[in-house]
Design a protein around this ligand. Structure first.
Ligand code: FAD
Length: 473
């Protein structure tokens, strides 16, 4: 008698190692159908952005290669998951589905409904945790409430300690090989004309192997100085694992264990793990406050008088604000699909406080252009910078883009890399070209207003206006 196969539905867990659902499926000895669905739900306002489509394409290629090496094939289907599953059940006779949990509000709603429908049809569903150290509902205050302050949240997490699945030696996988897959190329996930992603592959290798390589490189060369260099955008000081974490090509458990294995904890490794903690905190917030991507966490900010200025928004998006560190960040984002964390804070502060443009506009732009765009991290971070989030920087803390540039890019290497029209300007003026004399500008080949813009707003005036708007609130 033919044994009924198990559908292993891959979503944000595009790896084979340390994969609880895959291990559980293998342990049954039943044939596995590895499935990825490109969900075209038009009602979901957070559909995957353009930069992440590029990433997804290569990540699926990599996953398929690994599955093929084990004797199977990743089955690709496009469409509404209910309809896709109906035909998969019909074609294969499967009545088991395993998946790793997702925590985005639309994913929770979709999965809850699917589970209900499947159970009614006699289909068995098992879900697993593959992407968080702590399930959001497992960390609570003594009053049984979600945490709203990071330090208290992380202290509680550390006291509780993460739980690890032990991966006992499972038998090699059996695959069900009678299903047809759609052709990945036909999904057209990568850009063609213009190919704005041509710089991406210099920096990124999507997929599980790329993730492991990044982790090993970070462990070998950068972790020891992480605490000192993590804020310097011209240095390779951080792990650059964010897109890999987002797509589940590596899990925080693997990172946690690798860091603990390497040596006794140092202040740098503790600091690094606490950044993974910020990721956990963002998911905790998104789970308990599902309107986080759309509405201010602090209700009073709903009445804030934001300005809607499409000219200024476009200048910010294109890296043409006249503030070199802001422009460098926005151009790094466009060329690489990533931006250094310190610079993300500076550009976000500039948008929300100097330009008074709603944080949701910045969030949307990041969503489309970041390869690591992540609903939880992006929403929580934008709200944090805008001052309206949980445990947020107070609104009146307005980053000065000149001083931030001088402090974190003192030699101007970062600015020169991404804003080459300023490359011949002396360090003294690299973060404030408008203060250079006519002669200095001419010698550096710069004509303000022509080769590089005048500042979009005056820092001091913008700061006063922002504080005034805040006071009115
Ligand atoms: C306005 C703004 C928007 C952001 N949007 C995103 C986003 O869409 N996706 C995203 O993954 N991160 C986002 N971040 C957080 C942070 O900038 C990135 O996670 C980090 O720069 C990724 O680089 P890394 O992997 O080298 O980080 P590392 O310093 O090596 O940190 C390791 C991991 O910890 C997590 N992490 C680090 N800092 C944070 C943080 N502040 N909040 C939550 N998790 C963190 C990430 O998963 C990261 O990969 C945003 C920050 C700001 C200020």
């Amino acid at each position: 008698m033919q044994v009924s196969p198990i559908v292993l539905w891959f979503r944000q867990d595009l790896r084979l190692q340390h994969h609880p659902a895959y291990e559980a499926a293998k342990a049954t000895g039943q044939p596995i159908i590895p499935l990825y669905i490109l969900d075209d739900d038009s009602t979901n306002s957070w559909k995957i952005g353009a930069a992440q489509q590029w990433w997804l394409h290569y990540s699926l290629l990599s996953l398929n290669k690994d599955i093929e090496a084990q004797g199977g094939q990743l089955i690709l289907r496009r469409g509404n998951p209910t309809e896709v599953f109906e035909s998969i059940f019909k074609e294969s006779g499967a009545h088991n589905i395993y998946w790793s949990r997702c925590y985005e509000p639309f994913a929770i709603a979709r999965d809850t409904q699917l589970k209900k429908d499947f159970i009614a049809q006699g289909i068995n569903v098992k879900s697993f945790n593959a992407s968080l150290l702590f399930e959001p509902w497992k960390i609570q205050t003594q009053q049984g409430q979600p945490y709203k302050v990071f330090t208290q949240f992380w202290k509680r997490c550390l006291a509780q300690g993460p739980r690890f699945s032990t991966f006992e030696k499972t038998p090699p996988p059996q695959f069900y090989t009678h299903l047809k897959s759609e052709n990945l190329e036909s999904w057209e996930l990568t850009p063609t004309r213009p190919n704005w992603a041509k710089g991406f592959s210099d920096l990124w290798q999507p997929g599980e192997h790329g993730a492991q390589q990044k982790l090993e490189e970070f462990m070998a060369h950068h972790l020891k100085n992480y605490k000192e260099t993590r804020n310097l955008p011209d240095k390779y000081g951080t792990s650059r694992l964010s897109p890999h974490l987002h797509f589940g090509e590596i899990s925080p458990h693997q990172i946690w264990q690798r860091v603990h294995q390497s040596s006794s904890l140092t202040s740098s490794s503790e600091r690094y793990l606490s950044e993974i903690g910020w990721r956990e905190f963002s998911y905790h917030l998104l789970y308990h406050f599902p309107s986080l991507p759309e509405r201010p966490f602090q209700e009073k900010f709903a009445a804030f008088q934001w300005q809607h200025n499409s000219h200024a928004l476009e200048a910010w998006q294109k890296g043409q604000t006249g503030y070199p560190i802001v422009d460098a960040g926005m151009r790094e984002l466009w060329h690489t699909g990533w931006m250094h964390n310190r610079v993300r804070m500076i550009v976000a502060s500039f948008l929300t406080k100097h330009l008074l443009i709603p944080w949701q506009e910045g969030e949307k732009w990041f969503w489309d252009t970041l390869v690591d765009a992540d609903l939880a991290n992006n929403a929580a971070s934008w709200q944090w910078v805008a001052g309206c989030g949980a445990d947020a920087a107070p609104y009146f803390r307005i980053f000065n883009p000149i001083l931030q540039g001088e402090k974190f890019d003192p030699e101007g290497y970062y600015v020169r890399q991404w804003v080459p029209e300023l490359k011949n300007l002396a360090n003294t003026f690299i973060h404030k070209p408008w203060q250079a004399s006519e002669t200095e500008l001419r010698q550096a080949g710069i004509t303000l207003g022509n080769t590089y813009p005048h500042p979009l707003v005056n820092h001091e005036a913008a700061r006063k206006l922002a504080l005034e708007s805040y006071r009115q609130l």
